[in-house]
Design a protein around this ligand. Structure first.
Ligand code: DOR
Ligand code: ZN
Length: 357
């Protein structure tokens, strides 16, 4: 609690060890410059997705991308981007050696080819990556999985469960020491799967999947700003995710999947998948945890479990949230265009404190 000047009653505040975002899209160029500050204001580190055009497929490309991220940070910001490699059918095991030796790559991302945004260079058949996965297992390099089948004949609401049973379960058995993060899980099935999996298997959970079910996409019309992949699911799935996130199980940790797209790409006849939440990321998780009466579990979900999984130290410094409503703007600048943030023009119940931590 932070005391207010003038001896008033303490504000309703929540002070946490500084958290990390274990799954974010920072983009590149002018878009990167527009969004990275939001993540850096809240999080000490972030696992940065490699689905740029062209994708970040080599240790050298990851180093160059890291330099661009650091250059885009506001002066004086302390933020450490944790890079990832984009796995392709052609990735060679020695690329993993180079990535490990360089010390800045913390995971390798598996996108089934065609499953989501910028996944066309992804993996067409997981068996083609077995030699690489074996090397990752040997070196302790985590595999970060977009867990959805790319088979367009499978119902879009079933693609996560389908992938989990047909691909992920056998993969986890074939490589029994491979560290695996099942990214942005969206179903009760995935919660049960991760909770019962062997050691070394974890999952990230986004704020939107804790706060909404699929009705949000169709409330009075089609709402493109609620379209992300994996798509929002049923209410019982949301309830299971909220139970997992707030349950104190270290296998579940924070990963926003904040994924900005220019307004025209979202408000389009063929809208891109992705929700931008970085401007209010921790605040939104606070709303979700408060709704479950478990604000006391937010610190570990946001700041402890992910760091422990990735073998990185927890942060020493703190961050404070205040229970005070604010309203995100209708748009933020986004390079040449504009970006419609999640909750544009609608209140967010918590805000970041400016310096009483
Ligand atoms: O909604 C999504 N957006 N899901 C993904 O997997 C990719 C992301 C993006 O890069 O826009
Ligand atoms: Zn993502």
């Amino acid at each position: 609690r932070c005391a207010q000047p003038g001896g008033q009653a303490p504000m309703n505040t929540l002070t946490l060890q500084r958290p990390d975002d274990w799954h974010v899209h920072l983009r590149d160029g002018a878009a990167l410059a527009a969004v990275v500050k939001f993540t850096a204001q809240r999080f000490g580190r972030a696992i940065v997705m490699p689905n740029l055009k062209p994708a970040v497929t080599t240790a050298a490309a990851a180093r160059a991308y890291r330099d661009r991220i650091l250059a885009a940070l506001p002066a004086g910001t302390r933020f450490e981007p944790l890079l990832t490699l984009y796995l392709t059918d052609a990735t060679a095991p020695d690329e993993i050696d180079r990535a490990k030796a360089g010390g800045i790559v913390h995971g390798v991302k598996l996108y089934p080819a065609g499953a989501t945004t910028h996944s066309d260079e992804g993996v067409t058949d997981i068996s083609r990556t077995y030699r690489v996965l074996a090397r990752m297992q040997e070196l302790g390099m985590p595999l970060l999985v977009h867990g959805e089948t790319a088979n367009a004949d499978v119902d879009v609401f079933d693609r996560e469960t389908h992938f989990m049973e047909a691909q992920l379960r056998p993969l986890i058995e074939r490589f029994p020491a491979l560290r695996v993060v099942f990214e942005h899980i969206t179903t009760a099935d995935a919660v049960a799967f991760v909770a019962a999996a062997r050691p070394g298997v974890a999952a990230t959970i986004t704020p939107q999947h804790l706060l909404h079910n699929r009705n949000a996409i169709f409330a009075g019309g089609i709402r493109p700003h609620y379209y992300c992949l994996p798509i929002l699911k049923r209410e019982r799935d949301r309830q299971a995710l909220l139970g997992a996130a707030t349950g104190g199980n270290p296998r579940f940790f924070l990963g926003t999947d904040s994924a900005p797209h220019e307004r025209a790409a979202k408000q389009s006849a063929c809208c891109c998948a992705g929700m931008f939440t970085a401007h209010a990321a921790l605040e939104l998780y606070a709303e979700a945890f408060e709704s479950a009466g478990r604000l006391d579990r937010l610190e570990a979900f946001a700041g402890h479990f992910g760091a422990d999984f990735y073998g990185l130290p927890r942060h020493e410094d703190k961050i404070t949230l205040i229970k005070e409503s604010w309203t995100p703007p209708e748009t933020y600048d986004f390079g040449d265009g504009e970006l419609v943030p999640y909750r544009a023009g609608e209140p967010v119940a918590w805000r970041l404190a400016g310096g009483c931590a």
